[in-house]
Ligand binder design. Structure first.
Ligand SMILES: [Zn+2]
Length: 263
């Protein structure tokens, strides 16, 4: 394969300005005990500008109170209109089904959010970490909401083959999925499951493997900014042994499609 324009730009000091790029997995706010390359939104946007990120999908899942965290994300959206996509964090420990649904509705209808984030804060990871019976599933309002709105859910834990199959109108992004390619392969047959490549550790050849197994249409560039350097992840896409058109999809077009799907 000859060197495409992305490969030729690797090592450049210039931002990737001629390609539409969305970082599908970013945060704001304090993450206790974790190093962050930037802490406030101004610093995060400086990093974004330096490498050419057009848009950032941001959540504040580490906030102990979900409304407060979502409001802080909404502040960021107001500060950088058109640059930030709000991703609503849902914490089912904070209340019952009504509280969960009310917060989702508030974020989407009043604050303009277009995505949902859930995380298993017990430190557990894939394969799935659900430990409740289906009829007691505390995240059911979130699955149902995403299904009604055609929204994507950034899932750090919790997503299973069964859940994704049960809610075909919702889209499921496996957060840090590039770090667990074997798990991703078990979901490869589901068209509403996507993989983000924000894993801290991503072995050589993983992106190529994911593209082959899932199709490049279901792989998303994401960095976990500010916990990780988005430039490093950007370089991994640019240098990958996949067609130039696939890189364009992964860097922004796929995530744009998921955002545009929301009603
Ligand atoms: Zn994250």
């Amino acid at each position: 394969m000859h060197a495409d324009r992305f490969v030729q730009m690797c090592g450049s000091d210039e931002p990737l300005s001629d390609t539409f790029v969305i970082d599908a997995h970013c945060h704001v706010g304090q993450w206790v005990g974790m190093h962050a390359i930037e802490r406030d939104i101004e610093g995060i946007m400086e990093v974004a500008d330096a490498i050419g990120l057009d848009r950032l999908c941001i959540n504040y899942a580490a906030c102990p109170e979900m409304r407060l965290g979502n409001d802080l994300v909404a502040d960021c959206m107001r500060s950088y209109p058109g640059r930030i996509e709000g991703v609503c964090y849902v914490n089912f420990f904070e209340g019952g089904e009504e509280v969960q649904r009310a917060e989702l509705t508030r974020c989407f209808d009043e604050l303009g959010f277009r995505g949902v984030k859930i995380i298993d804060m017990r430190g557990s990871f894939y394969p799935q970490t659900r430990d409740w019976l289906d009829e007691d599933d505390p995240l059911r309002p979130t699955w149902e909401f995403a299904q009604e709105r055609g929204a994507s859910i950034l899932c750090h834990g919790y997503v299973t083959h069964e859940i994704a199959q049960r809610y075909p109108g919702a889209n499921f992004i496996v957060a840090h999925g590039s770090g667990v390619p074997a798990f991703m392969l078990t979901l490869a047959d589901l068209p509403n499951v996507y993989c983000d490549m924000s894993a801290t550790s991503m072995l050589a050849g993983t992106l190529e493997l994911l593209c082959e197994a899932m199709g490049p249409e279901r792989v998303l560039y994401g960095s976990d900014l500010p916990a990780s350097d988005p430039g490093q992840r950007l370089g991994m896409v640019m240098a990958a042994k996949i067609p130039e058109a696939a890189k364009t999809l992964i860097l922004g077009r796929n995530m744009q499609g998921l955002l545009d799907n929301v009603r």
